[in-house]
Design a binder for this molecule. Sequence first.
Ligand code: ADP
Ligand code: ZN
Length: 803
Amino acid sequence: MTKQYAQIIVDVPTMQTDQPYTYAVPENMIDSLLLGMRVTVPFGRRNVMGFVVGLIASTDLPEEQVRPIQQILDLTPVLNTELLNLSDYLASETFAFRITILQTMLPNVFKANYERTLRIIDEVDDDVRDRLFKGLDEIAFKTGDFTEPDMATLLKLRRQHKIDVEVAVHDKAKIKTQLAYQFSDDVEFLEDELRGLRSSAKKQETLLQFILSHLAETWVKKDLQDVIDISDAVLNQAATKKWLMKTKVELLRDPFHAEVKQTALLELNAQQQEAYERISGTFDAQRFQPFLLEGITGSGKTEVYLQVAQHVFEQGKTVLFLVPEIALTPQMVRRVKGRFGAQTAVLHSGLSDGERYDEWRRIERGDVKIVVGARSAVFAPLTNIGLIIVDEEHETTYKQSDNPRYDARNIALWRGQYYQIPVILGSATPSLESRARAQRGVYELLTLTQRAGGAKLPSVNVIDMKETLSRGPETNFSEELRIKLADRLAKDEQSVLMLNRRGFSSFVMCRDCGYVPCDPNCNLAMTLHMDTHTLKCHYCGHEEKIPTICAQCGSKRIRYYGTGTEKVEAELQELFPDARVIRMDQDTTRKKGSMDKMLQKFGNHEADILLGTQMIAKGLDFPDVTLVGVLNADTSLGLPDFHASERTFQLLTQVSGRAGRAKKPGEVLVQTFNPQHYAITYAQNHDYEGFYRQEMAVRHAGNYAPYYYTVQIQASHSDENQAAIQMLKVARWLRLHAKKDVIILGPSPKPIAKMRKRYYFQIILKFKKRNEMDTLLQELQNRAQKAKGDLQLSIDRDPVSFM
Ligand code: ADP
Ligand code: ZN
């Protein structure tokens, strides 16, 4: 069937253009145009980029409305069928623009540059090279100036010969090449040349001998000169004499420069072995199955991942391995690279566009067997996937906070289903949602209850800061913590101090009883607004004056809460002038690579104390750390969010897990004004299951997840009144059309109510039946698309926070 029309998502991100447009495929493109390629098309009076998402034989549109595609931008599709299907799923899941979704799935390089450059990248067999270059010689390594039939010919050649040549179209600036030499394979000719050499031409002889023993190979100049001592002049001569041919090969940038030690398989303990067998059994059966691997910190989850991955490799399949944030888990990357070496690709947001693009291409070409990466790596163009791992599955970084607001965990599950393979969600403190799914049998629960390698969990002591402060002056350090820190300094052991501070979330707390004022409707901590001197609930909009007397104990010591790492560092230096302190927070780690450096330094024991925000809670594995101090466990309890207890429990458990990972036993001190809070006491006892049960009861009583789905609808407008009026309309429409059991809160201004001259409002929905609501939300989205004007509406499923 000849495909004459293409359906194209154009790069015009507005609500009105969020659907495929039909374009005619010109005669000379019919052979080369494939699904998932990018093209340029006329749109209005401009030319824009677009993605081909459909090819059809006919259209009902009148002839004169269908304009032709202008140019094909890719020689091979940048999105395969799987990823195109995934984009459909994402559109329904995130309510984001199709074009935004498609671009999110690709490295940035594909976003902006529509200029076409053609390169033939890899080495080619000689006869193929002859044919390929016949008539195409001029276009190789030259930009832009070739025609569609050229491309069709190239593609045809590529198919016919199943050649190993890669033809790609991309931004020239993004690709680095290096000089290389393609050796001749004409033995007779080369031997003739060798015989004809003068006896003094030693260098030429060396080169010719080398070529004869590496016939037809391509050698990068640098590598060649490393192996044999040959000058540029001799190489140039050799090229003139046709012993070899000058060429270029692509230089791939290695984004992870650190030295990597090869690591051997460990012998699994009984629990690890059980987990390993369950998961690889599913893989062998070629069946989709999510696993929740619930294992305490240091229980050897990573070893299980790596060994199942090994099993999957041996069957010729690939592995997608997601981590919350690469910068925070350099040790994890090292372990994966140590096991799988050069077949590992690392993808994360800290890469330059060029590095990211290079890694993407290595994956796309099939040079890579395992991809380790943060959230967006879930779109890695791996094919033939046999296993997907989501480490620390409870981390909120898996959810993107901008459009498209996707959750990488859900995409991991989608891809797992697509490939019919196991998906491992691993955590010491699973999200309540995942744990509840395991309870219902949707996920298979696997547990690791002991630390591998024999280390013990640290003992956790809770310090009541109310007592500390009643005894002495304002301080961030209890006497207990000061004594322990001094002890560690004396013994030359290391300590980690966490100050859990959240940017703009400030709240008030009673210094005498630890009471944090909560909103009467939602029972959530209220946020402090100094400009209006009020406390606000950012969930339902409830607002009240800042109290002067504590509602719980009557004390007048109500304090604004929020201490910075800098202040704490100063106090620490005063207490221990000789201690070597590394402070790690957003301010000190802005520079690329600085965090890795700090961690290396601490790992080499060139510092005594690592002081940081929650970024130090994750994944770090330093054997000399025997003390962990949490300066203020309350800050995450004060979050205006129903996840507050969960986050606190997770954070405390995680940071506690940094202590005593090796031979020396560890100890944890948690300072808090709420020593009785269940999130703190369960963390103290390393009791995830206990916490899970109690928190589930709290969620049930409050109609929160996982009993209810939550959706946040937010809208912004340049006019405050208009924003409010439009959102009131939305709320009224929802109240009219939603089933009775749907809870609709708001509209209320967002915690940050004004940003970049726009006003933000939100509506919160809570409901039990997802399908019903999906239909309604889709309709809301469609109506918003048709409405004219300045209002921008976005729908966020299962929001991570309500900021
Ligand atoms: P997790 O990922 O659950 O925090 P890790 O995989 O990092 O745990 O394991 C913690 C430590 O225990 C690591 O130093 C690891 O090398 C070691 N370890 C893991 N499995 C075993 C095993 N089967 N035998 C001995 N040591 C192990
Ligand atoms: Zn409220």
